[in-house]
Each structure stands twice: as C-alpha cells, then as structure tokens.
Design a protein around this ligand. Structure first.
Ligand code: SF4
Length: 474
C-alpha cells in the first residue's frame, strides 16, 4: 500500500499538536490508524514538497519518496515501481517539464476537494522569474472536465466552487494573452448552474488585461459578484457582495519589475506598471472587485530607492478597496531565482518595515473601520518595548506606531510617507493617470520571455518524447 499526500497535509498530520481544529485531530487519528495497520509507503508531492528536500527533513517525517513536479502523466508507472520496490527509483523524484501532462491526461477529481477547488487552467507563461508556473503555458481544462469536477464536489455537499487558476484571464486564451470573455462567461454560468452550488470564489487574476479592456470586468461581474459569499459595506452590489481575486502587484519599482517580472504587465512595459495598477484598481473597484493584492519585500538587490517606489505606489492606492499583503521573498524551487537568497526579517530596512505596517494599517481600516486601531494603541507600544525591538530592531518602531494609530504629524521626521490630514475617500478611487498605451505589440518582441497560447501544440509534441525521461536524484 502507498499513501500519497501533499507536503502541507502530511506536515499537519504528523504534528502531534495540530492547531486545535477538531476535524484535523479526527483525520489525524484515522490516518495514524491506517498507517499503523498497513505500514504504507509515504509519498509526498504538491507545490511545496521541495521545502522538505531543501530542509533535509525527509527522515524526520518518515518520507519514502518525494515527487517534485506534475505527476498525472507518470503516476501509474511511478507507483507500480514504488510498490515493486524498484531499486533504481531514487528517494527524490524530479519530474522534468517534458513529462508535463496535457489537460486530457489530468483526471477529474474522485471526491470533494478542500474549499470546493476546481482547476480551470494550469500554468501561466508570463515568465516572472520567481514563479513556478511562469514558464508553463496556461492550459485550459475542457469545460466538461470542469463541470464534472464541480458536480463531484456538489454531490458530496460542497455549496461553493473555488475556481483555481494562476490567472482567470488565461482560460481559453487566444494568442498574445488575449482574454476570451465569451468562454469565461459560459464557464462561469455553467459552473454556477450545477445543482447545489450557491457561491463562486475566484483564485487569481492579473491586472494588465483589466486595463487593456475594461469591459472584461463589466461583462464578467454579473457572473461573479452576485454569487460571492464575501460581503463588504462599501460594495454597491444590492446585497453588498464583492469578489476578492488575488493579484500579485509585487513591487512599485520599475527597475525591479523590469528585471524580474516584465511579462506580468504585458502588453504594457515595466515603467507603466504603476499606472496599470492604479487604473486597473479603479476599474475593479468600480465593479465591486476588491482584490487581495500581494507584494514581495526583499527581492534580490532591492535598494532604498526601490522600496520608496513601492511606498509611493502604496500611497497612491490609499483610497483603493482591497487587501494589501506584503510577503517576503522566498526563492522557490524550479524557478529562475531558486539560487537566490531569501529575504530575512532581521535584515529588513526601516523603509521595508514602513511598507509592511502601512499595508496592514490599510487592511485594518478597510475591514474594521478607522476606529479599529484604538485597540492597538496601548498594546503596540508595549509589544515594541518588551519584545519587538529585541526581535527586529528599532526600525519597526515608527511603522508600528503608525499601525497603532499614532498621528503621522508626530512621526513625519522618521517615516517616508506622510498621511497627515488624509481622510479616506468614500467614493471609488480615482486613478490620477493619463492614457496608457500598450508598449508591446506581440509576446515575441525582444526582451520578453513569455509563452502564449500559440505554444500549446508544441507541448503536446514534446510529451511523447518525455514520458520515459523521469529524472531521479538522491
Ligand atoms: S503572472 Fe507571473 S507570478 Fe503570476 S502566475 Fe504568471 S508567471 Fe507567475
């Protein structure tokens, strides 16, 4: 017998003190019974599996095999070899890109997935250097595959489908990353029509298509916003519903953007990214899309000048409706930045701390209202003097005070941004930008490293050659 789980699941199950959710305790106990009775081989996979290898912790979690890569095409062969105890199979199995499955080879789920997740695309192709799906063309699942996955989930009690994709606008995309709105409308309408499904949730989108054709958002809104379970008082939907897709904004620095992620803005150029973000946010907010925006702090080579550009962008977003989540750079396996150094908390600059806490101040106000900072007013200074400064240095002091609600006029000497006198606008944010004309005409232009839908047929050809080429490492 073999047991195949994602790394995240196995870590939770192996934890003797799971974070007190009763369901996890129950599942853990059932798993341990199975493991003790059948002594299965433990096989770990999923997007985060490489973390175990890098941390050299396979023994600690009793892992027999770790698989890194998309498994569907080679699953059957690999598991037969594992069960037979094939001595030529190494403990860490790296699947090369040539074994990447076609969507036809990816089976429909057999049971309900966590959060009712249904994949609609896999891969992206925009080429961001820090990202795994960056160099895999965005493949769309056939509509019937998506529908059957939704039906499986609904049959087992799911009332919500989470539409999983690197970017929803890649679904049935045309060449040059052209968004296919009719296909998206059909897909959304069909998934919502599955008996038992009441709400839809989206995973990711990108900003550039929103700016290139703002009617995309207007046309898709009736298929998404009224069916979201998320509500916000600032939404103009009759039921105050809003949708909150994740968008990677990453940085406000055109320099860093140009080095690490220039395809993300296509057909716009790196120096236009700020305008694209602001204009896109205005359009999204107008239609009650209040996105969950992520930024990366500590990209390799980030200077104070870069962080100031990100702070300026954040300031320009002060009236936006959405959630702003600063993350720290981590070099992911199988990306072009895998050899780079992670950002380290202890090395964060004063400006980076300001960016971090200003994001969370925005979030607190957006979700809880401006009065919410009151409860932090006393706790934050205590935290700073008793623990914060020992852990992270003096650099967090003033950013933390801003988060806690201390007026900027007392701290303007110590902070880059100054919100003195600022009052959040009650209306939709207005992007102070002029006309934004595309800087690129085609993904083949010099300097871009993108794979668009025209490459889909090439992948099919390379498949058959790659099926036997499983690479192993010890
Ligand atoms: S836009 Fe960039 S970061 Fe987002 S999925 Fe595509 S390659 Fe990855």
């Amino acid at each position: 017998m073999s047991l195949f789980v994602t790394w995240r699941t196995w870590k939770s199950l192996s934890d003797p003190k799971p974070r007190s959710w009763p369901s996890m305790l129950t599942i853990r106990s059932a798993f341990l019974t199975v493991i003790e009775k059948y002594r299965p081989k433990i096989v770990i996979g999923g997007p985060g599996a490489w973390q175990l290898e890098r941390a050299n912790r396979l023994d600690e979690f009793n892992v027999d095999y770790l698989i890194d890569g998309e498994i569907e095409r080679v699953f059957s062969d690999l598991f037969k070899r594992m069960m037979a105890g094939d001595p030529t199979l190494e403990r860490i199995i790296k699947l090369p890109k040539s074994t990447q499955p076609t969507v036809e080879e990816i089976p429909v789920v057999k049971h309900r997935s966590t959060f009712g997740v249904v994949e609609i695309t896999r891969g992206c192709g925009r080429g961001c250097q820090f990202c795994g799906p960056a160099t895999k063309v965005g493949r769309s699942f056939p509509l019937e595959h998506i529908m059957e996955s939704a039906r499986v989930n609904a049959r087992e009690g799911a009332t919500e489908i989470m539409i999983a994709t690197e970017d929803m606008f890649l679904y049935e995309q045309a060449a040059n990353f052209e968004t296919n709105v009719p296909a998206l409308e059909t897909m959304l309408r069909s998934v919502k029509s599955v008996p038992g499904i009441e709400t839809l949730q989206m995973s990711h989108i990108t900003m550039a298509p929103v700016v290139k054709d703002p009617t995309i958002i207007e046309r898709l809104t009736p298929f998404i916003v009224p069916f979201s379970h998320v509500q916000h008082k600032e939404s103009t939907d009759p039921d105050h519903r809003m949708t909150d897709p994740i968008i990677g904004l990453e940085t406000g620095s055109p320099r860093l953007f140009d080095i690490f992620m220039k395809g993300k803005a296509y057909p716009y150029k790196a120096h236009q990214w700020r305008d694209v973000v602001l204009k896109g946010m205005e359009t999204l907010n107008k239609h009650n899309w209040f996105p969950f925006c992520t930024f990366i702090i500590g990209l390799p080579g980030e200077t104070d000048a870069d962080t100031k550009e990100s702070l300026k962008l954040l300031y320009d977003l002060r009236d936006a409706r959405g959630t702003f989540v600063p993350t720290f750079f981590v070099p992911l396996e199988d990306t072009r930045m895998q050899q780079k150094e992670s950002a380290k908390l202890i090395e964060m600059t004063d400006l980076q701390w300001e960016f971090f806490y200003t994001c969370w101040k925005y979030n607190l106000h957006f979700w809880k209202g401006s009065a919410s900072t009151m409860k932090f007013s006393l706790g934050v200074p205590l935290y700073y003097y008793m623990l914060g400064r020992k852990l992270f240095g003096n650099g967090i002091k003033y950013p933390l005070y801003r988060f806690a609600g201390v007026p900027d006029r007392f701290m303007r000497k110590h902070l880059y941004l100054d919100f003195t006198g600022y009052k959040r606008s009650k209306g939709v944010m207005q992007a102070q930008v002029g006309e934004i004309l595309p800087g690129f005409k085609s993904v083949r232009e010099k300097g871009l490293n993108m794979i668009d839908a025209t490459q889909l047929h090439h992948i099919g050809v390379s498949m058959s050659a790659g099926a036997d080429a499983i690479q192993v490492a010890s």
